[in-house]
Design a protein around this ligand. Structure first.
Ligand SMILES: [Zn+2]
Length: 307
């Protein structure tokens, strides 16, 4: 991935997900016998890579053993017409999974992101999230019977007599927000989270709860973590975050006062920063948000504003 502030990792719609075709077993079988089709093997959320740390990506027709030995095979989409499948090898020991995939190492996708093209990072993250969902939904939550993956792997269904519950991949939305102070000077709120490194400041974030709109979640999280009431809430963008099932939804939120009171649980300190202070931190080599996260975009676009 380029380290451009404005490139949001893991999204981008790089694949044609072929929704009208991917549930058709015959079409999928043809794709698996197409010499152009490729297979991405993953092991316990990790990407299998070769000695040069490039993701292993054999042609499907050369991966007969890999496909036969997989716990699950899912269809991800078409990459310029070429089908991309992912297989899960999680039930094996790491050495066996590596041997089956012809891989040197099993590495976290986020650890690779700096060296991957945006499309590659997005497809690997998608594979990781979808296979993670399959592993966690092997039994029906209603009746306890084993579930089976539908063709292509975008659903699972309960095999229990009289149940037949259909399961869809679950997404867990979270809000992430840059909070602005009222009045002058223009300032934004950054927090030091428990467990974070000293002098490591980031935007507030939290999961959306059942029965909340995204805006409700922004207001609740800012009140809980920083003791601030929020007026206007403006959508800024979203980011796929399949680690394992997130969707980060970014906002800018206008606080109605400046008196901060942290919860001292998740957030140990929060304070206001002017643009000049943030620019000085950047100039001193301090990171401005995480390299692969939307907080970098929220902070970058605020820094580009007035002042
Ligand atoms: Zn069931």
């Amino acid at each position: 991935m380029r380290t451009d502030d404005r490139v949001l990792a893991y999204g981008g719609g790089w694949l044609d997900r072929a929704a009208a075709l991917r549930g058709d077993p015959e079409w999928l079988a043809e794709r698996l016998s197409d010499p152009e089709s490729v297979v991405l093997p993953l092991w316990r959320d990790r990407c299998l890579v070769d000695a040069g740390r490039a993701p292993v990506r054999p042609a499907a027709v050369d991966a007969v053993e890999l496909l036969a030995g997989a716990d699950e095979t899912v269809f991800l989409g078409l990459d310029a017409g070429r089908a991309v499948f992912a297989v899960d090898l999680s039930s094996r020991e790491e050495s066996a999974a590596r041997a089956l995939a012809g891989a040197a190492e099993a590495v976290d996708v986020r650890a690779l992101v700096g060296g991957l093209a945006p499309a590659e990072a997005a497809v690997l993250a998608y594979a990781k999230g979808l296979l993670h969902w399959h592993r966690g939904q092997r039994f029906c939550g209603s009746c306890g019977t084993a579930t089976v993956a539908g063709p292509g792997g975008q659903t699972r269904s309960c095999a229990g007599a009289g149940c037949g519950r259909l399961l869809f991949p679950r997404i867990e939305p979270a809000v992430i927000m840059l909070v602005e102070a009222p009045g002058e000077p223009e300032r934004c709120l950054l927090a030091r989270h428990r467990g974070a490194a000293e002098d490591s400041w980031s935007t507030l974030a939290g999961f959306v709860e059942i029965g909340e709109s995204l805006e409700d979640a922004v207001r609740r999280e800012v009140a809980e973590e920083a003791g601030l009431a929020v007026g206007e809430v403006t959508y800024q963008g979203s980011q796929a975050w399949p680690f394992p099932a997130g969707l980060m939804v970014g906002f800018r939120a206008s606080a109605t006062s400046t008196r901060v009171r942290v919860d001292d649980e998740e957030v140990v300190e929060a304070r206001w920063f002017t643009r000049a202070e943030l620019r000085a931190r950047v100039a001193a080599g301090r990171p401005l948000g995480r390299i692969d996260s939307i907080d970098r975009l929220l902070l970058g676009s605020w820094l580009d504003g007035r002042g």
